[in-house]
Design a protein around this ligand. Structure first.
Ligand code: SF4
Length: 685
């Protein structure tokens, strides 16, 4: 009841949905969340939040929450106690390690979990199991950003703060739909445009921001690299490059200039479908601006040549001297998940330790070994797609999936399910009985972000505190507690008894985080990394003096355009692009269990009116969508947002089968799936 004995209390935390990192006040009464309010003093959101964050508590009390561990017996999952569950996990892992070696075990950590949990998961795999087989779902979204930005500039993160971006007089927004996917950033970008900044949008779809663009470039999906080379060609041809910057702070200009000779606007128009005049106009806006900024999303990364895309986009900022200077605001990825930056920062990656030191580097390993008091394996581990392949081949015999519904969200999900069914031991930490949990042998009930203590890192590299508004339901535990308990059950003290101590230890392994602590975050609020010194603020804008590459210079990339993995043909004449919609988050497992479902109850396949006429399709008609890999069922929606020859749907309703359609083509550098280009056909059942 609403008695004065139980007045509402508010707990400040950080949104656990997208990577914007809005500060939220979680209001509770009698132990239940009654409202989630945007914090007026939130450093990124400044009093705003979107429909996802505002109604984030909807799923918390869902009757479908898992509250007890489950064990598969005779093919059925049965509720058991924690002691028995931990014993089963510990015995199962020990048996696989003893019979198949440490590399027969792998873990998929979570971009939704806290930094401290990710730190503990990777430490568990390296120290307790003895393998580098740990990855996180940035593999599926921004691994090309990590690889590309590191190669071009030296660090795996956006180059500038969003406050800087908002000071720009020309915004180049590429392959992103922030109005729906990152609504608070979308609103801030729009505010800047309404105050006079120029806006160039490059996206095959007429996304919300495109309505306000000075130039909207609509490349055919999969042709980004050609588009960016075309823009770079114009910058050089029209004398818009910053010669002093290129001379003093960059390398690779002669090689790039030679490559760009092959990308004049007319040829780029043929390759991409973007009119040459639009290309020239966009390059002039970016090239002549006082302080241009680039913001981009998964439309750049989720391609066969996603890393080349990131690097070719970064070329524009380097050519223009608009990164690491006050003449621009760099290159900034919009992160889809709340902690996709942090999961990678913490070293939940098969080739990198916390702070991005290579596992192959003896000096990096010995620093971690000194802190952990245990050897760190030198051989890089398996990436997520390779884990599934190894499981199907019988070489991976235990897989721990932490808070990722890989059976719904990874590409070509029929193959993922086969991998889980072949793997003898699948452990899954989950909130709900997800598709992945249904294939698991042991399911451990996990806490959500509203029930956790720790930190997240948002898209502009800010560490922010996460605090529990309510306790987890029933016997559910945080991933931090679960990893601890499994290590203990295996007879090993993994250290870091609290999240605060885990972050402190991480700072000893990775000097870039050495200045961070929970105490300091309590006192100072959000702090960006690099932050090596507890007495100094973190570095918000990067590379003011030198780039973090070995030679201190920005590296122009010289990669020719190569076509995407799939092309439409007579059998599969349309290109499917998948993405986000405003009311839902990722696989929808949380947003579909709250009020957001009323706002956006089903998914649609968006088709251009021309294609609707051609295939005799109208709004609301049920469709079968088929690719070379599988089939899905969706409802037709005729929409000018989608270009002729292309169709669009979200990945928020995996039951429709959308990821049975997507291919196993993946970025040649990082294995990030090519979600953005799948050849399909539609049929009326
Ligand atoms: Fe902010 Fe993103 Fe959460 Fe919306 S989903 S409230 S934009 S952090």
């Amino acid at each position: 009841g609403l008695t004065s004995a139980h007045p509402p209390t508010a707990t400040r935390t950080t949104c656990g949905y997208c990577g914007v990192g809005c500060a939220l006040d979680v209001v509770t009464r009698n132990g239940e969340v009654t409202a989630v309010l945007p914090a007026r003093d939130g450093p990124v959101n400044q009093g705003h939040a979107c429909v996802k964050g505002r109604f984030a508590h909807g799923y918390l009390t869902s009757p479908e929450r898992l509250t007890r561990p489950l064990l598969r017996r005779d093919g059925r999952l049965e509720a058991i106690g924690w002691d028995e569950a931990l014993g089963e996990v510990a015995r199962g892992l020990r048996k696989v390690i003893d019979t198949g070696g440490p590399d027969a075990v792998a873990a998929i950590s979570s971009a939704r979990a806290t930094n401290e949990e990710n730190y503990l998961v990777q430490k568990f795999m390296r120290v307790v199991v003895g393998t580098n087989n740990v990855d996180n779902c940035s593999r599926l979204c921004h691994s090309p950003s990590a690889a590309g930005l590191t190669a071009s500039f030296g660090l795996s993160g956006g180059t500038d703060t969003f406050d800087d971006v908002e000071r720009s007089d020309c915004l180049l927004v590429v392959g992103a739909n922030p109005v729906e996917a990152h609504p608070v950033v979308g609103a801030r970008l729009l505010r800047r445009v309404l105050h006079g900044a120029k806006l160039v949008v490059a996206d095959p779809r007429a996304v919300g921001l495109a309505l306000h663009a000075d130039v909207h470039l609509r490349p055919r999906p999969g042709t980004n690299v050609a588009l960016f080379h075309g823009l770079a060609h114009v910058l050089l041809a029209e004398g818009l490059a910053d010669e002093g910057f290129l001379r003093e702070r960059a390398t690779g200009l002669p090689e790039l200039a030679e490559l760009l000779d092959d990308y004049p606007p007319d040829r780029v128009a043929d390759l991409t479908g973007v009119p040459a005049a639009d290309l020239v106009a966009a390059a002039r806006l970016y090239g002549r601006a006082r302080q241009p900024a680039i913001v981009y999303g998964l439309g750049v990364t989720e391609h066969l040549h996603g890393t080349d895309g990131v690097r070719s986009l970064a070329n524009l900022a380097i050519l223009r001297g608009a990164v690491g200077t006050d003449r621009g605001h760099g290159v900034n990825p919009l992160r889809g998940q709340n902690n996709v930056q942090g999961a990678s920062d913490m070293g939940a990656l098969p080739d990198l330790l916390p702070g991005y030191g290579k596992v192959t580097d003896p000096a990096v390993r010995s620093r971690a070994e000194a802190v952990w008091g245990a050897p760190v394996p030198a051989r890089p581990g398996l990436r997520i797609p390779d884990m599934f392949a190894a499981a199907r081949a019988g070489n991976l015999r235990a897989l721990w999936v932490i808070g990722e519904d890989v059976c719904a969200t990874d590409p070509d999900t029929n193959q993922v399910a086969r991998a889980l069914d072949t793997c003898p031991l699948v452990i899954c930490n989950e909130l709900f009985l997800s598709e992945t949990a249904r294939h698991a042998d042991i399911v451990l009930p996990a806490a959500s972000w509203l029930e956790k203590d720790g930190t997240f890192v948002n898209f502009d590299r800010r560490f922010q505190r996460v605090r529990p508004g309510v306790p987890p339901p029933g016997e559910a535990r945080t991933d931090f507690e679960i990893v601890h308990a499994v290590a203990t059950a295996m007879g090993i003290d993994i250290g870091c008894p609290t999240p605060a101590e885990a972050l402190a230890e991480c700072g000893r392994v990775a000097p870039v985080f050495a200045g961070l602590s929970h105490d300091r975050l309590e006192r100072d609020g959000a702090i960006p990394w690099p932050c090596p010194d507890p007495g100094r603020p973190g570095e918000a804008k990067l590379y003011k003096e030198r780039f973090a590459t070995p030679d201190g210079r920005a590296h122009l990339a010289v990669s020719p355009y190569l076509p995407p993995g799939e092309q439409p043909d007579d059998d599969y004449p349309l290109i499917l692009v998948t993405g986000r919609r405003w009311a839902h988050y990722n696989s929808g497992s949380m947003t579909r269990r709250g009020g957001n479902l009323t706002l956006d109850p089903i998914d649609f396949l968006d088709l251009n009116p021309d294609d609707a006429l051609r295939y005799e399709v109208h709004d609301g008609l049920p469709l079968i969508v088929e690719s070379r890999h599988g089939r899905a069922r969706l409802i037709a929606r005729v929409s000018e947002q989608t270009a002729p020859g292309q169709v669009f749907c979200s990945f928020h309703f995996p039951a429709s089968g959308v990821n049975r359609l997507t291919s196993d083509h993946a970025d040649t550098v990082t294995s990030c799936p090519e979600y953005k280009v799948t050849a399909v056909r539609v049929a009326v059942p």
